[in-house]
Design a protein around this ligand. Sequence first.
Ligand code: PLP
Length: 448
Amino acid sequence: MKSIEHLIEEMKQYNETFWVNPGKINSEKALKLLQKSHPGLPNLEAVMDADMRLRRFAPFFVSAFPESAEKSGIIESPLISIPEFQKSVIPFVGGRILGKWYLKADHLLPISGSIKARGGVYEIIKFAETLALSEGILNLEENYKCFAEEKFKSLFGKYTIVVGSTGNLGLSIGTIGSTLGFKVMVHMSHDAKAWKIELLRSKGVEVVLHDSDYSVAVAEGRKSALSDPYSYFVDDENSIELFVGYAVAALRLKQQMIDQKIDVNSEHPLFVYLPCGVGGAPGGIAYALKLVFGDDVFVFLAEPTHAPCMMLGMATGKYDRISVGDIDIDLKTDADGLAVGRASGFVGQVLSPLIDGIYTISDDKLYFMLFILHESESMNLEPSALAGLSGPIKMFYDSEGFSHLAENGLLEKMENSTHISWATGGNLVPDLMMKSYIKKGQGLSGTL
Ligand SMILES: *Cc1c(COP(=O)(O)O)cnc(C)c1O
């Protein structure tokens, strides 16, 4: 294994690198220890509860977000096989990828076209339900279409939801929050995409831009919310509700795999690759994947070479007590959903006995894969969302990835394995911008 000095040197040079987590232990033991050390963490029952809450809101989603009607208001994305992409990468990597490769297509999620529709929507509906119950205007058996009624809107209109976001969390919370009648204030860093800011403002959301990076935007949001009892702060770094909302994805994924007759067991390992920013979304999903699939799932996170905050935090054991700026990394990446300098300490600690590792990927490769995926499968993702797609390539063609398979006795099982690359966003990207992304990818040199 690489020394920590070597790993940090690679990060500083902006080289792609792969960190294998030495702290991973047996999942049953890990989950027991975690639930003791972090009493707020959900068990399987609590994740199922969250799923039920989302289902209660389904009739409201159908009326408020027509695109969710197709799946009767269940906010879920398809699991899509990508054989053409799997073939297309062969000439660029020099060989095959063993196993079946799927995309978890969160770019198609209703409400915000990104993975943030999971956690963001969940946290706000939970807040709304709690308020409505305590005001006595709701009982749990009611049809939740009632959330569109005036008395709900006037109750929620007294409250301001505050959130710090690199873009997509703001879009998700701004959309669900303003639809329910809340005032919403989103703190963003200056490098947030202009179209995301405009879209939010068009929904009546107040956007506050900060000159500094994302962590500062979050801190500002936290400060402005704390002093006001009618303010509700969504804490991207520490929120258990966001985490639980993301966790629901694992239950849904398990059902989809059963429906598609995809086996997961000790002879049919499952590999999941999750793009990581501050850590909440991949963290909640990774944690719940372990609840659901135990030691049969192997989880890897993916970060841009210019924003490897979770790798730095976990590999040094300093978690949120170190930022990429401390090792002179500049955060200059087009993967805006992942452009975070300091990872969530809470999530890093939870993941430390659970995940297999983290790899980094350059922006050029994100764009090149964006182009290949567009050509081979006619799917369009935003740059951040491509990070998970290099996972299987790393496992077979990066020496650290390959050694990890060998050391865990996985090589002979790879023919029967399943790879899921989590495609975290893209559907709301304006057409012209998507065209320019594709063109940029096409112009790149073509290594993967
Ligand atoms: C937010 C986001 C992620 C990562 O989620 P975190 O909770 O920030 O780790 C990945 N991809 C996209 C497109 C995102 O918007």
